[in-house]
Design a protein around this ligand. Structure first.
Ligand SMILES: [Zn+2]
Length: 407
């Protein structure tokens, strides 16, 4: 009830149409490896359901004019929920990662879990009502979590800064609250999916190093996230761990990347040096402010953080033999100085690994929105069920009435 079952070839077909709009059936056949008959049947099925649009092009020479297939603009959407330590944003997003509307539920790592589900759930329901006005179907509610979590189990795992949320089945609880399909994924995992789904260039195998509020690292092999030796994305943040040193890390070691070079560490040091007012939580602007600061100490902070993360990443790449290392997270997204410093580390001789920056790969696009769309694509390819929004207005009315009678 309420769901549209998608034929098996749909995920690869959607992927091809996400990367290139307006493909002919023969091109779709090539991109998906499906037979002509299958493509004809599936494109008809999906355009009848309103997810694809078929347009007739200009005839060139003899024969019928070619029909081109695109994703329908009012077809699929997702609701992205990005949960960072300091802030939470819920957005209605197109299947291609463009934001239509956003809400800012009052949620951070200090918020009690049950309250967080309620606040996020209410924002999601308001966005779902908006979605029902403009879209046919919702892929899922994509929760992008800046900490450890399991897509398969839909729950938050350890370690994570959200200590009171450990082992909470956040995807299930939000699904129960909103009656919408929900999925959760760690930001690093979602970025791998994003690069594999949305980047125009195929990167094949790569390492991705993230410097955000905390630090993460993840490999992608054959288009799938890969963690060498079963380590977690956060293991990369404890590179350089020493038995004695200056800064104690919560892993018990000293001077790990997370305590010397994360955005959180940069904020603390910049606050101590009086470069910024302490306790700021607008991390993106904080990094931009430091990047444009007159005081050379600001540049030094960004420089040494970028270089330290790059050195650790280069070690991983050398060890595994990656040819591409991609840098992302607020530090690299917002600071040219950090990008330059990382680039410089890769000038070291004796390897053939090149650097790329997420801010260049997805130039001008909001990366958080893209990660939500990528999780939606991933979830659709696993479940092959899209949630039809035509009944959503009725649910909203029922919920509002219930809320009114209970309040
Ligand atoms: Zn550590």
């Amino acid at each position: 009830m309420g769901f549209l079952s998608l034929p098996p070839v749909t995920p690869t077909l959607l992927r091809a149409l996400t990367r290139n709009s307006g493909l002919m059936r023969s091109e779709l056949q090539l991109a998906t490896g499906a037979s002509g008959a299958t493509i004809a049947r599936v494109t008809m099925e999906l355009s009848d359901a309103g997810l694809l649009s078929v347009s007739t092009g200009v005839a060139n020479g003899k024969g019928r004019p070619a029909e081109t297939i695109s994703l329908a603009e009012d077809g699929l959407c997702t609701i992205g929920v990005s949960i960072r330590t300091e802030q939470c944003v819920a957005s209605l997003i197109t299947f291609q990662g463009e934001c239509i509307a956003s809400e800012y539920p009052d949620v951070n790592e200090e918020t009690p879990y049950v309250q967080a589900i309620g606040r996020i759930g209410n924002a999601v329901l308001r966005l779902a009502a908006k979605a029902a006005d403009s879209f046919r179907a919702l892929g899922c509610v994509s929760i992008i979590f800046f900490g450890s979590c399991s897509y398969e189990h839909g729950e938050i795992t350890t370690p994570s800064t959200f200590q009171a949320w450990h082992h909470k089945p956040i995807a299930h609880d939000l699904a129960r609250y909103t009656a919408l399909p929900c999925a959760v994924m760690n930001y690093s995992f979602a970025l791998v999916a994003t690069l594999n789904w949305f980047s125009e260039q195929d990167f094949d195998d790569f390492f991705i190093a993230l410097d955000d509020y905390s630090i993460g690292g993840m490999c992608s092999i054959h288009g799938e996230p890969y963690l060498p030796y079963g380590v977690k994305p956060s293991s990369f943040s404890h590179t350089n761990s020493r038995r004695i040193g200056k800064e104690l890390c919560r892993c018990g070691g000293y001077d790990c990347l997370s305590v010397t070079s994360s955005v959180r560490a940069i904020r603390a040091e910049a606050g101590r040096q009086g470069l910024i007012s302490p306790g700021r939580t607008d991390f993106a602007n904080l990094i931009r402010d430091l990047d444009g600061h007159d005081d050379p100490r600001a540049r030094l902070l960004l420089d040494s953080a970028g270089a330290a993360v790059a050195r650790a990443a280069l070690n991983v790449c050398r060890g595994i033999g990656f040819r591409i290392c991609i840098f992302g997270g607020l530090l690299f997204d917002c600071s040219a100085a950090a990008r330059e410093a990382a680039q410089k580390e890769f000038y070291a001789p004796g390897h053939s690994c090149a650097t790329r920056f997420l801010s260049d790969v997805f130039h001008g696009k909001d990366i958080d929105n893209l990660t939500a769309a990528a999780l939606c694509c991933h979830h659709l390819s696993k479940t092959r069920q899209a949630y039809l929004l035509d009944k959503q207005q009725d649910y909203v009315e029922i919920l509002t009435r219930q809320g009114a009678s209970q309040g």
